[in-house]
Design a protein around this ligand. Structure first.
Ligand SMILES: NC(=O)c1ccc[n+]([C@@H]2O[C@H](COP(=O)([O-])OP(=O)(O)OC[C@H]3O[C@@H](n4cnc5c(N)ncnc54)[C@H](OP(=O)(O)O)[C@@H]3O)[C@@H](O)[C@H]2O)c1
Length: 334
């Protein structure tokens, strides 16, 4: 397994992390036994970074990871690092009802996460979206107190813009910004990535397959379950979907010529963007994980990168990456 270091103050992690969200939420039903087997297979392969959120299935995802860690060989368990998001509020029907970044709430969220994960510390802890009613300094200050007390090792951020990154980093060392980054979501390149680089902050990139859209496995006629985020995501609707899958067809030609799959090519492209970027892949089955790990063997030279960017030019995606009401919560988009 290749490794990368998260920022100048962060831990060494596997060059690919496993994002566990889809095992509990947002992409329709998942198979629990296969999910645990996928986490075990990732740990076996040397993946050390497991990403989750306390609100993914309202605790379900953390308990799933807790089970996988408990039943993994001790040597793998000891190497595993947890990256946890908090702050998104739900109601008993699963509806989303805002964000809470108040210091007392941060510590309350952490106490429950430690219990559900069955660990004595969280490796990287971050609020999922900035709470508009609480200055980021207060939220990050609370995490810094958790670091001081030994409950958390590192401070992360999620979907924040450059100004917020600077404000947070002035309070305490920030390890990484978790944010969407892929061939079709390149918004971080203008201001956010340069700010991270200036401040020595790493990036954990999510949605590197744009939630499956650019994985090569998403078909034009795919039926989505009612509880699937993609059923409401602009990029998966009607004409947008057709145009985005045209881009995938172009990418497939480039991938085929290089003996790689579309997903591997998309992941390898993100890996090629800098040693400070760690893609999180959302595999929830062992076959998908194996494919994703194959990206680590795909080396892209200048001609390959040019061919990929010709197939999928920057800004070519049709549709926003979130529905309008969720775009409004993204500090990174302001
Ligand atoms: N900070 C944030 O705001 C934020 C937001 C979203 C996600 N995240 C984190 O980032 C992680 C990754 O995000 P994501 O799940 O949206 O990313 P993704 O990797 O772009 O998408 C995962 C989807 O791609 C499909 N896929 C097809 N081939 C695949 C392959 N070879 N490997 C992996 N997936 C493949 C999966 O398909 P199937 O349908 O076949 O399972 C799954 O539905 C999440 O699990 C979560 O931990 C963070």
């Amino acid at each position: 397994m290749l490794h990368r270091i998260l920022g100048t103050t962060g831990p060494q992690v596997s060059a690919l992390g496993l994002g566990c969200m889809g095992m509990s939420a947002l992409y329709g039903d998942a198979d629990r036994a296969e999910s645990v087997a996928t986490i075990h297979a990732a740990l076996d392969a040397g993946v050390t970074l497991l990403d989750t959120g306390d609100f993914y299935g309202m605790g379900h995802n953390e308990m799933l990871i807790g089970e996988a860690l408990r039943t993994a060989p001790a040597a793998h368990r000891e190497k595993a690092l947890t990256s946890v998001k908090f702050g998104a509020l739900r109601d008993p029907d699963g509806n989303w009802s805002g964000y809470d970044g108040r210091p007392a709430a941060v510590k309350n969220f952490a106490a429950y996460s430690l219990q559900r994960l069955g660990v004595d510390h969280i490796d990287v802890y971050r609020i999922a979206r900035v709470d508009p009613d609480v200055p980021i300094e207060e939220t990050v200050g609370a995490i810094a107190e958790l670091v001081e007390a030994g409950h958390v090792r590192h401070i992360g951020l999620s979907e924040v813009g450059a100004d917020t990154i600077r404000r947070a980093a002035a309070v305490a060392p920030v390890t990484d910004v978790q944010i969407e980054y892929s061939l079709i979501s390149r918004g971080i390149e203008d201001r956010i990535l340069p700010a991270c680089r200036e401040l020595g902050i790493g990036v954990t990139a999510y949605g590197v397959l744009s939630r499956g859209l650019i994985s090569g496995h998403f078909t034009r006629d795919r039926q989505l379950a009612a509880n699937d985020f993609r059923g409401h995501s602009p990029r998966f609707q009607g004409e947008n979907l057709q145009r985005n899958l045209d881009l995938v067809d172009a990418l497939r030609k480039v991938a085929d010529e290089r003996g790689a799959t579309v997903a591997q090519t998309a992941i390898a492209w993100v890996l090629s963007r800098g040693e400070d970027i760690v893609p999180l892949v959302g595999a929830r089955r062992r076959d998908r994980l194996a494919e994703a790990l194959g990206a680590l063997d795909v080396t892209l030279g200048a001609a390959d990168l040019a061919a990929i960017e010709e197939a999928v030019p920057a800004g070519a995606a049709a549709g926003d990456r979130y529905p309008a009401e969720q775009m409004a919560h993204l500090d990174s988009e302001h």
